[in-house]
Ligand binder design. Structure first.
Ligand code: SF4
Ligand code: MG
Length: 325
């Protein structure tokens, strides 16, 4: 299968307030040496708690941010080093759908304007063609023709997300970064939007990077899943393999915290019950999960775990996994 996106050694550091213990300026390593690939037509889920760097990874790949280091090969070309002019042809091939559709939709534009705006001056030749295209896209995302002349505030959260999906589709992208697109929606609406995204993927041959904080949300839609913790990718595996045989202690903790549908059964929290993640800027060598990991040893605190293959297409960065091989 053809690789559409290959991220290699990606780093995105931000300057932070104040100085570190060594007297140097502090930096936040939001994305710290992350590597993965996505095949054409595949959905790659990227999961982790809020603040783990998953959204920053998405925003860096789509070059909403400058890149600190590493490469972003999209269809073989490295976006990491491109300037805005060079990026321009790639901006349409790659779209992002954000968590909060309301903030990404201009409230002063009606739906027809919102959907056709990304086409810009290279849009359709005439108003009639434009209108037809808008109505076609509305139908694809399950909205009605009469919705074209309404404004964002007249819609529910789920409908607004459908509008932003239609807007993203208008430029015929190949790759869509779905940045927690269903997290803000009612549970009853979430499955509808996910099913629609899957149908659109099939119809248009789309490739997705699907970002979520909850593993239960990505299992169904993802072919493979990557788990992030404090700026690092800690495990990558095919979706079912990750659920059936999670190798990394952090993935195991995340899975244990999946809400159980039976209200009588209480949710289980991370193994040590520690709710807060250590800060992204807290420096230190060794495994980033060591302060929360029930299996941490002295080695874990000293030495950064290497990325090792623990099964077919299954990788993890953990000393324990290495020792158990
Ligand atoms: Fe836990 Fe050590 Fe594995 Fe890190 S390397 S997840 S601290 S066992
Ligand atoms: Mg799929």
């Amino acid at each position: 299968d053809k690789v559409l996106l290959e991220v290699k050694g990606l780093k995105k550091y931000f300057p932070a307030r104040g100085k570190g213990e060594d007297g140097n300026k502090r930096i936040v390593k939001a994305v710290d040496d992350v590597s993965f690939h996505i095949l054409k037509g595949e959905t790659f889920g990227l999961v982790g708690e809020s603040g783990c760097g998953k959204s920053t990874t998405g925003r860096t790949i789509s070059r909403l941010y400058d890149v600190t280091d590493g490469s972003i090969l999209f269809d073989g070309q490295d976006l990491a080093k491109m300037n805005e002019r060079e990026l321009k042809p790639f901006r349409k091939r790659m779209q992002t759908i954000f968590q909060d559709p309301y903030s990404s939709l201009n409230p002063g534009m009606n739906v027809a304007q919102l959907i056709s705006e990304p086409l810009g001056i290279q849009g359709f030749k005439n108003k009639k063609e434009n209108r037809e295209k808008v109505l076609e896209l509305l139908e694809k995302v399950g909205l009605k023709p009469e919705h074209a002349d309404r404004y964002p505030h007249e819609f529910s959260g789920g409908q607004r997300q459908r509008i932003s999906i239609a807007r993203a589709l208008s430029v015929k992208p190949e790759f869509i970064i779905c940045d927690e697109p269903i997290s803000a929606l009612d549970v009853s609406v979430q499955a509808q939007v996910v099913n629609m995204l899957e149908d659109l993927q099939e119809e248009y041959g789309l490739t997705y990077l699907f970002i979520a904080h909850d593993l239960s949300m990505v299992r169904h839609i993802s072919d493979r899943i990557g788990v992030m913790y404090l700026g690092k990718l800690v495990e990558v595996a095919p979706s079912d393999e990750l659920y059936d045989h999670p190798a990394h202690p952090y993935t195991q903790a995340l899975l244990a915290a999946i809400p159980v549908p039976d209200p009588k059964v209480r949710n289980i929290t991370a193994p040590d019950g520690q709710a807060e993640m250590p800060s992204l800027s807290s420096a230190g060598t060794g495994c980033k999960f060591a302060s929360r990991c029930p299996f941490a040893t002295e080695r874990c605190k000293q030495e950064e775990p290497k990325w090792i293959e623990v099964g077919p297409e299954h990788f993890a960065a953990c000393h324990l996994c290495e020792e158990n091989q």
